[in-house]
Write a protein that binds this ligand. Structure first.
Ligand code: OGA
Ligand code: MN
Length: 282
């Protein structure tokens, strides 16, 4: 285990992201390294690992060393591995998965903790992923708006994204399924207390948040639009350039992410394992 005594964690920006070096994710993690990784995850919200060479079994083992796996209802699984979702775009497909700012699973009353996305095949250029720090976004708001937001809850849903009535671009449909399972609605505070870091985090997103609880959609739209504009500011984000064997492990409660769709005519194939989370409170 000596190799494990020297992992390095290098922050990407002041707000979020860190590259972790010195670790072979195929090997079991000892408690000391796991502790360092947990601290880094809490502090940086998304960890990046390079040059990993993982089978689906090894990916699953790494995920299980962190927590319990959440089996995604809507994504096609890797054959033989229901725990591993495929995030795929073929050369002849136009639309990618996750091509707009969002956080995964906010439609669940107990949202997933985060995901471990592993790159198997990436285009020669393009297909980067952006991540944004939603605690930095909250910190950047005025005290008056912060106080208002802290008294609000928001309603989230999966129906309009994954359900039968979802208005999805056509060529995404073959990569998603199980529309009848898209019946989740959840209510969460607009500002959550992050379960690991204790920081206040803005917890609304353009994909799954429907409206502020007790407000109409029309009443909610101006406020949500303003918050989404702030969250999309480049100052709050970090951009990850993938290579085959790269892994990003993000925290859904602390970040948004955005998969850039700037690689038409190329294949991009990722394996994603999602971990179970906990109830979110103020
Ligand atoms: C996801 C997602 C981002 C990407 O898997 O949830 O949004 O870059 N993927 O593929
Ligand atoms: Mn996503």
């Amino acid at each position: 285990m000596a190799a494990y005594q020297h992992i390095t964690v290098e922050a990407c920006t002041d707000h979020l992201g860190a590259e972790v070096a010195g670790l072979d994710l195929r090997q079991p993690l000892n408690d000391e390294v796991l502790g360092e990784l947990r601290a880094a995850y809490s502090q940086h919200s998304v960890l990046f690992f390079r040059d990993q060479d993982l089978t689906p079994e090894e990916h699953i083992r790494f995920a299980q060393s962190w927590g319990e796996i959440n089996i995604n209802r809507f994504f096609t699984a890797v054959e033989g591995y229901p725990q591993v979702a495929e995030v795929r775009k073929e050369p002849d497909q136009q639309v990618n998965i996750g091509g707009g700012w969002h956080t995964d699973h906010s439609y669940d009353q107990i949202p997933a903790l985060g995901s471990m996305l592993y790159a198997r095949q990436v285009p020669p250029r393009g297909g980067d992923t952006l991540f944004a720090s939603m605690s930095a976004v909250f910190d950047g708001l005025s005290d008056g708006l912060k106080a208002t937001l802290e008294g609000l809850n928001a309603v989230h849903s999966s129906r309009h994204v994954f359900g039968a009535a979802a208005n999805r671009p056509g060529d995404l449909n073959s990569r998603l399924g199980n529309a009848e399972a898209a019946t989740q609605d959840a209510i969460h505070p607009v500002v959550i207390r992050h379960p690991l870091s204790g920081r206040k985090v803005l917890y609304v997103n353009p994909a799954f948040t429907r409206h502020i609880e007790g407000w109409t959609d029309l009443e909610s739209a101006p406020l949500l639009t303003y918050l989404y504009q702030q969250a999309g500011r480049p100052e709050y984000s970090v951009r990850f350039r993938w290579q085959p064997g790269s892994m990003a492990f993000w925290d859904n409660r602390a970040t948004w992410h955005y998969a850039l769709n700037d690689y038409q005519g190329e294949r991009r194939l990722m394996h994603r394992i999602t971990l179970e989370g906990c109830e979110l409170g103020r």
